[in-house]
Design a protein around this ligand. Structure first.
Ligand SMILES: [Zn+2]
Length: 241
């Protein structure tokens, strides 16, 4: 919500909260480690300011809570790339879930088979998501970047490296639209810390003019340098406590 406010006020173009991304929470029900759907609340804040939102979810799990909230709306295009519900909880997010009423066609689900690799995943993004972005022409992106789609995750069964989410973030940034990004799932602690998922609790990152500003509520011990997002490595992070 802080990120949404900062974007709406023009204070920043890009906000990243690695401890957000609770995409399973429902209006009146906690679900899947999620008790409050920050993504839905942020999208609603944008809608209240007459913004068209494109929500993209690259967590290994289907973004069912966000889908449910906007299933009948054409003001949020909700796209979820995830491991198929045939092999992973919550067992939803199939191709035939496309929205309802005025929202028909504004929900897009792309279930992946076990073991999908970077090349295939990026091809899905290129062939499906990019044309949808161009057709929908949103005002703002909301991105859930769960890192449980990375290889060796303890719960999901996909085989991505950090290069896939990094490539997706790079290509979203090329549209020059505001981006609100959150973390999400991720159940291998070393991979999570490298990837900037939601395990390093209590931090908010802001990216402006290609620089990260990192606001920490506690020392999160990021490991420097190995992975890069948009050409900026963690070694380049400017940290303010
Ligand atoms: Zn997940």
């Amino acid at each position: 919500m802080t990120g949404a406010e900062l974007i709406l006020s023009g204070e920043t173009d890009i906000a990243f909260n690695p401890c957000g991304g609770y995409h399973h929470a429902r209006a009146e029900m906690a679900s899947g480690f999620c008790y409050l759907n920050d993504l839905v609340l942020a999208c609603m804040r944008f809608l209240n300011n007459d913004k068209r939102v494109l929500y993209l979810d690259i967590d290994a799990h289907h973004g069912d809570g966000v889908q449910e909230a906007f299933y009948a709306s054409n003001q949020v295009m909700a796209i979820s790339l995830h491991e198929s519900g045939k092999t992973l909880w919550p067992g939803t997010g199939f191709e035939n879930e496309i929205g309802d009423g005025p929202g028909k066609g504004f929900t897009v689900n792309v279930p992946s088979p076990i073991g999908i690799c970077d090349a295939a995943y990026i091809e899905v993004f290129t062939e499906i998501v990019i044309p949808l972005i161009k057709a929908y022409d949103p005002d703002i992106f909301v991105l859930q970047t769960g890192m449980d789609a990375l290889a060796a995750d303890a719960i999901a069964h996909l085989e991505l490296t950090n290069n896939a989410p990094a490539e997706i973030i790079d290509r979203l940034l090329r549209f020059n639209k505001p981006l609100l990004a959150t973390g999400g799932g991720g159940y291998h602690k070393d991979i999570e810390i490298h990837a900037g998922g939601n395990r390093p609790l209590g931090s908010i990152y802001f990216l402006k003019e290609n620089r990260f500003l990192l606001h920490c509520h506690r020392n999160i011990g990021l490991l420097p340098g190995k992975y890069k997002i948009s050409g900026v490595s963690y070694a380049d992070l400017r940290i303010s406590m």
